[in-house]
Design a protein around this ligand. Sequence first.
Ligand SMILES: *Cc1c(COP(=O)(O)O)cnc(C)c1O
Length: 383
Amino acid sequence: MKKKNLGLNTVCTHVGEIEDKQFKGAVSPIYLSSSYQFMDVDVKRYPRYFNTPNQEYLSKKIAALEFTESAMIFGSGMAAISHMFLAFLKAGDHIVVQNTIYGGTTNFIREEFPKLNIEFTFTNGYSIEDFEAAIQLNTKLIHIETPSNPLLTVTDIKAIAKLGKDKGILTSIDNTFASPVNQNPALLGIDLIMHSATKYFGGHSDICAGAVAGSDVHMERIWNVSKNLGGSLSDFTVWMLERSMKTMGLRVKAQSKNALKLAKWLNKLEAVKHVYYPGLKSHPEHQLAKKQMKGFGGMLSFELKDNLNPEAFQKALKLIKPSMSLAGVESTVLSPSQTSHSLLTASQRKALGIHDGLIRFSVGIENVKDLKADIKQALKHIK
Ligand SMILES: *Cc1c(COP(=O)(O)O)cnc(C)c1O
């Protein structure tokens, strides 16, 4: 079968399967060996070399989904991002980072890079001019996140890729929020695509994992660093991830459809001050999102009117649980100021536009009518 001609759900279901030649079972076997023979073999396998059979084969599925030559799976999204950054940055190098990104990535850069003498600049905004202005002679990497956490800003992927190519600088993206179902940055020219596989890849709130996809040459460079840092994933979890990814196309499409409906509905509610969702016509980058995304994703954020207490609202929800993390089949909400962005100061948060009342909504696969009813009863409860 030629990978290129397969549809999304077929890739999710079949690419990277390990054939069970011995018993002809329907699904990939789990290979748990941490010791493999070294004589008369093509590959010297070892879990921390990221090349056990389950790791090697699931990587093919991820590469196929992101239209890259190669991919690697890591123990977490932060392992993926840190191994990727450290493979391309050394002392004296500089990275340009989008200002509105995942809080954990910001913390990693701010806390670890000074110890390693790696220079960094967070952009003032997410326009091309903002990125261009931050570039220095020693810039080696430009890192973006779109749609971003938690305000769902949209960065022009193609323009960033072109900027990188023109200046001879590599580009990387955190593609977690969109997932490969809604956005394929490699097709727009981005070099390195990173995911927290804890989110849509896993999709059931029971796995912590990460992934990076890119060219063979770039992935080999990451592998050379990763084998030293050792952030590989256990084969049990790799297998769980394979099972989860079979339904990723179905799940993410259902979540994106639900999110669009809910964003439009919330936008009309008296109690809601503002909705952040790239699928809304009122979103400042709606046209750009339409151009570079296939769907607008399952994440949205909103602010309640000032007289309504966001904490009381979240507590009053019955079906939708206030929970950390995102992208499970079950809907969840959280306050970024109390969780993902709690380590930033109040003024840093304000500068990013993250108000204390902001509620991030990870839309699940439940029936929209039930989600609406839950929100309605919670609003009534706090009035
Ligand atoms: C969760 C998340 C990460 C970090 O992933 P972990 O699996 O928690 O390490 C990175 N980027 C984004 C956008 C995320 O949502």
